[in-house]
Design a protein around this ligand. Structure first.
Ligand code: TXA
Ligand code: MG
Length: 352
């Protein structure tokens, strides 16, 4: 009963018909999954509390974890945000449409069901043409989390959404593989010094081109789970992006990492487990594992971000018990990559 509509390589009439159907579902309070440049989203009318509630049910998501409101035009910010500081305007002009979510104080028209009871609202204007057409066509602002079952890696292909959401939602718009592959950067601009609550494609350095000062929330930086710090983005406190088996990251000198991973694979195989390895284009040949994937090239961190969630899902499908991966420099986009990998690994990290 879940329809998967290709919207990418079809005629403009077919595309228009699919978008019309999607818009109707949204206006009637239903759910539609759609591609964005980061990951697939699971959308509902943001100002309709009952519609937003369906998102939590479909995902199995805790209801205190707020949703991001997606818009297609900057003017819509003023319908839902109480005050828009000049600094926020500068950030919107520089980075929207694009993979950046801005937290502002909300107006009362935004239901608690969308913001998890917070007095702030997360807003993003995506750049993906299908996302923008879909939002415009619906005539609504679209509340959307990533379109995965809560706790699974975010979907970067429509088939990932189908796996998690079949039978739970009426429609998935299939726009092919997403571009970036990890969720948007979240910056809190509702109070004090702008603070990154979730690292993403838009880095601290990029934000500092338009902002005098940017902080990183201590709950999201670093390599250990900080149990005593309260995460400001409620979603960051849950064990997220988790594969079914145990992922362990190994960092250090290249040759030592390869030797260590090969040793760990040998041990686990001897114990009878199914073991997977995540290497890079540069190192893949050096591993001895039955299940081996390159996550991309170290020269191109964008390729690593784009492949990460798909590979974690592939290892799930193959029912890997243990997975070992190289790690990446926490610099630029590497910050976001390591943030997601450490979460997926439950912070299992071996430093050589
Ligand atoms: O790239 C993305 O942001 C994707 C696509 C679909 O746009 N969406 C996404 O949504 O990643 P989701 O729900 O998986 O992550 C939203 C994050 C959660 O960690 C949530 O806690 C945080 O945003 N968030 C939402 N509203 C917030 C608010 N008012 N204050 C602090 N954090 C908020
Ligand atoms: Mg998510």
């Amino acid at each position: 009963e879940t329809e998967l509509l290709n919207i990418e390589s079809v005629s403009s009439e077919q595309k228009a018909a699919a978008l019309r159907k999607a818009g109707e579902i949204i206006r009637e309070g239903g759910l539609v999954a759609f591609p964005t440049e980061t990951v697939y989203g699971l959308g509902a009318d943001a100002l309709n509390a009952e519609a937003a509630a369906k998102i939590y049910a479909a995902k199995g998501r805790p209801s205190d974890n707020p949703l991001i409101v997606h818009i297609h035009d900057i003017s819509q910010v003023y319908e839902i945000a109480e005050e828009v500081p000049d600094e926020a305007k500068a950030v919107m002009e520089k980075f929207w449409p694009g993979p950046l979510t801005i937290i502002l104080n909300k107006k009362s028209c935004v239901p608690d069901g969308t913001t998890g009871g917070l007095h702030t609202v997360a807003i993003r204007m995506p750049s993906h043409p299908i996302a923008r057409d879909f939002i415009r066509e619906s005539g609504r602002m679209i509340a959307a989390p990533s379109a995965n079952t809560s706790g699974r890696p975010s979907p970067t292909l429509a088939s990932h959404v189908y796996e998690d959401m079949q039978g739970r939602i009426p429609l998935i718009l299939d726009g092919g593989a997403v571009g970036i592959g990890i969720e948007s950067t979240i910056i809190d601009m509702s109070t004090g010094i702008p603070t990154i609550l979730r690292p993403g494609y838009i880095t601290k350095d990029m934000l500092e081109e338009v902002l005098p000062e940017v902080k990183i929330d201590p709950a999201v930086s670093g390599r250990t789970m900080k149990k005593d710090v309260v995460a400001k983005a409620p979603g960051m406190k849950y064990r997220h992006y988790a594969p079914k088996g145990q992922l362990t990251l190994v960092e250090g000198d290249k040759d030592k990492v390869i030797a260590k991973i090969n040793e760990l694979v040998r041990e686990k195989k001897e114990e009878g487990y199914k073991v997977g390895v995540i290497g890079t284009d540069e190192t893949l040949d050096a591993y001895h594992a039955d299940i081996l994937r390159s996550i991309g090239s170290r020269q191109k961190p964008e390729s690593v971000a784009a492949n990460l969630y798909r590979i974690l899902r592939e290892f799930d499908d193959l029912e890997c018990d243990y997975m070992y991966s190289e790690s990446f420099f926490e610099q630029g986009l590497g910050n976001a990559i390591m943030n997601r990998m450490l979460k997926a690994a439950g912070y299992h990290l071996i430093t050589l």
